[in-house]
Design a binder for this molecule. Structure first.
Ligand code: SAJ
Length: 459
């Protein structure tokens, strides 16, 4: 990929964005595209090099195009050090350490901007943090530089709310919540976001904004846990949970989410813990976490029951990303399932069309299927709906499918001789499995990866 040349002379930044990851890059690019000079700052040289060359170190639809436009316009530069600016936007990760937030990157990013703060600057934190972080941790670090928040500079919290996979659309269209240390701070932050956000912007105080962000992700976690519990109950009652959920969702005030092998990613599986407080014996949020954390083990149990303990059973895992159509494996429930199966001496091959091999070791679709005793779909990548079960059947040793995401056409797989087991549906998988008609050695004319997929969308 050729280096993208700047055509316009270097401008001093109006906005400095600290942390060039999933949130920082699109934020910096959007602000630049809407007319402000932006400096993106990151401590990783390889991230800076990639961006300078117009390459996006994160996979996100349309992001490369807007990043390149922003660089080409001359309004986006990157550097390892901040500069003086009117706005500082902090977008660094807050992983969890045990059940608490690791704020080391927030602290380091905050310290890094202190020498560049000037009278009238506005500091905005976007990272997901426990309530109180902006006022009790960020504020004192900033004030060590001698300026006073609310008087000399402004401080606001504006959580990112974008869904990985649709970040570019959501970064513009979603409503934003802005908490300010005072109303002037919230207003100053609103002025920045109003340039590129078409959704509504709601102003509040710092703690409330921090709390709202966590409440949103805990809400989703609890609702996925509810769907997961329904799946277990449906199996016990001999009901198909997918049909049951579909029917229940016809109620005007019911919207049940989808069950699955667990909750992954760097947000929903992590953030609910940050909401807890020592003074409160919270029950719903920790229970939801426990329900979702137990899902991989339940899936492992199901897959083991499908294994005929022949010489060395092999499972072909489809999808290692934490969710469909993503290339991110952080906290992925699929990895927990794979590791547990391997610990039980099951041979596991992994195919994921989106996750690069250097991120997680995967195999070609052919090698993954070769001699498999069970195909386990653990991630709902759109690609999997296009697999041709007739061609897949020619590669495997036993035609057994376990679909933990309800994402392929089960009738077609059954028609191709597969015994289909679906998470949450006790009625599937009643037919005894039958071996393939072709021997494992008779594979010379096997289809290529391309032909294992249909060319048309399934019904
Ligand atoms: N999942 C299910 N069933 C569902 C929905 C999700 O099992 O019905 C699983 C997914 O497979 C995945 C996990 O939950 O493993 C989380 O995926 P997700 O799509 O629910 O959420 P994230 O982590 O990609 O993004 C969330 C979003 N938060 C909410 O929807 C409330 C996003 O808007 C946030 O910006 C993001 O967290 C974040 O950065 O905090």
């Amino acid at each position: 990929m050729g280096r993208v040349k700047r055509k316009v002379p270097r401008a001093s930044p109006r906005v400095v964005v600290v942390g060039l990851g999933y949130i920082g890059i699109p934020t910096a690019a959007m602000i630049a595209l809407h007319g402000d000079a932006v400096l993106g700052v990151d401590i990783q040289q390889k991230v800076l090099d990639a961006i300078r060359n117009g390459n996006v170190p994160v996979r996100e639809r349309d992001l490369t195009a807007i990043l390149r436009d922003a660089i080409r316009s001359g309004r986006l530069r990157v550097s390892s050090k901040p500069e003086e600016a009117e706005y500082f936007v902090i977008c660094v990760p807050t992983p969890k350490a045990g059940h608490v937030a690791d704020l080391s990157m927030v602290k380091a990013a905050t310290k890094s901007i202190v020498p560049y703060l000037r009278r009238g600057s506005t500091v905005i934190l976007e990272s997901t943090v426990p309530p109180g972080t902006s006022s009790e941790i960020v504020l004192p670090i900033l004030e060590k530089g001698g300026l006073r928040a609310g008087t000399d500079f402004y401080l606001a919290y504006c959580p990112e709310r974008v869904l990985p996979g649709t970040i570019i659309r959501e970064i513009a269209e979603n409503d934003r919540i802005i908490g300010g240390i005072d109303s002037k701070s919230a207003e100053k932050a609103r002025e920045l976001y109003a340039k590129f956000v078409t959704g509504r912007i709601h102003l509040t105080d710092l703690n409330t904004a921090e709390f709202v962000k966590l409440a949103e992700n805990a809400f989703r976690d609890v609702n996925v846990a509810f769907a997961n519990e329904l799946a277990a109950l449906a199996e016990a009652h001999g009901v198909d949970v997918w049909e049951a959920i579909e029917l229940a969702n016809h109620h005007p005030r019911v919207h049940i989410l989808r069950p699955g092998p667990g909750v992954g990613g760097h947000c929903i599986a992590v953030d609910p813990w940050f909401l807890l407080h020592p003074k409160v014996r919270a029950k719903v949020i920790p229970s939801a976490r426990a329900v979702n954390d137990e899902r991989p083990a339940a899936v492992v149990g199901k897959i083991l029951r499908l294994m005929n303990r022949n010489a060395r059973p092999k499972v072909a895992v489809f999808g290692v990303a934490f969710k469909g159509n993503a290339d991110d494996i952080r906290e992925s429930p699929a990895i927990k399932v794979i590791d547990a199966l391997r610990a039980k001496k099951i041979l596991v091959a992994v195919y994921d069309p989106l996750v690069p091999n250097e991120v997680y070791p995967t195999q070609s679709i052919e090698d993954t299927l070769e001699g498999a005793d069970c195909i386990a779909i653990l991630t709902d990548h759109r690609d999997f709906a296009y697999l041709d079960p007739e061609l897949v059947a020619e590669r495997v040793r036993r035609r057994v499918l376990f679909d933990a995401r309800h994402c392929v056409d089960h009738a077609r797989w059954s028609d191709s001789g597969f015994v289909v087991h679906v998470l949450g549906d006790a009625n599937q998988g009643k037919n005894p499995s039958r071996p393939t008609t072709r021997g494992a050695s008779d594979r010379s004319d096997a289809p290529s990866q391309q032909t294992l997929h249909q060319n048309v969308a399934p019904n």
